[in-house]
Design a protein around this ligand. Sequence first.
Ligand SMILES: CC(C)(COP(=O)(O)OP(=O)(O)OC[C@H]1O[C@@H](n2cnc3c(N)ncnc32)[C@H](O)[C@@H]1OP(=O)(O)O)[C@@H](O)C(=O)NCCC(=O)NCCS
Length: 328
Amino acid sequence: MKKIGIKGTGSFVPTREVPNSYFEKMVDTSDEWIVTRTGIRSRRMIEPGQAISDLATPASERALEMAGLSPKKLDLIVIGTSTADMLSPSAACIVQHRLGAKNAVAFDINAACPAFIYGLAVAQKFMQDGSHRYVLVVGGEIVSNRIDYKDRSTCVLFGDGAGAVVLTHSNGHRYGEILATQIYSDGDLWKLLYVPGGGSRIPPSYQMLDKGLQYVKMQGNEVFKYSIRTMVDAARKIMESKKITAKKIDWFIPHQANIRIMEEVAKRLEIPPDKVIITVHKYGNTSAASIPTALDEAVRSGKIQHGDLVLANSFGAGFTWGATLLRY
Ligand SMILES: CC(C)(COP(=O)(O)OP(=O)(O)OC[C@H]1O[C@@H](n2cnc3c(N)ncnc32)[C@H](O)[C@@H]1OP(=O)(O)O)[C@@H](O)C(=O)NCCC(=O)NCCS
């Protein structure tokens, strides 16, 4: 089986910064509550009319530029998102068009926050037999227009963004190696975090909009508990599968949902705080974009160096969760 490594990373967030004070005017909340309970100070949100391809395309261009690869060389484009530009076609087909990636096959993966990790898992399957050589995996989400600005327990949490990687076959040295990616789902828990309206069960209608069914519904406390449990479990399993102990991890990128979740997961895994990559304070929870944007920023800032061992894990609606372990 072919080894697979990362040839380039890229990310893009909207320019509009939305500080916590923005929500103080809408709901009964405070900067102090949001910072202490979530670690979030600010997030980025799109301007009206923007769509996920407006973020995913520049994120992909940056990854391709770092990789020194023409879009025409791409064999496959996988976009992890549940907020495509429109219901059909996929965001991946729109991004393929905008990049001019004529020779790629393109599709989306709807797996909520871990959709980027799901994307890596799928890309690896396509690449391992050698049939697909250059693959673009993107995680991107626009949550800002899926949240109810009257619900203080959800509206303060999310932000918009996109991150991308270009994968290539690797000898394990120049482009490192994705050592393993493992993904999980438990559909029994779907009702703890979901968007009821706009799909085939409750199609768009005036009644749907009146009831606010187009917005994220979440039982925050339950999600909080499950996210810690599953992210710890996924991290332990993937390290065990490669006989790697937490001491060997150079950088840990947990899903950027809530600083308290991230700190607890790192503590249970015995990974020290100075090895944890954190962007949640400035971007909030960007769902599928959370891991690849944090990865790209850590690479570009020089934190993550070639040869470093990186563990990333994520959790989200479905429930879905997973982890990836890579030598950068
Ligand atoms: C949503 C979340 C931040 C709430 O924090 P919490 O410490 O669990 O708070 P609780 O839900 O126990 O609520 C405590 C109180 O704070 C209130 N509260 C909730 N949001 C608030 C806000 N933005 N401002 C002020 N008070 C708020 C609640 O109404 C509740 O009030 P009550 O005691 O009068 O009923 C937290 O549960 C969380 O992060 N959950 C996981 C969310 C997540 O990651 N989702 C995406 C997964 S990918």
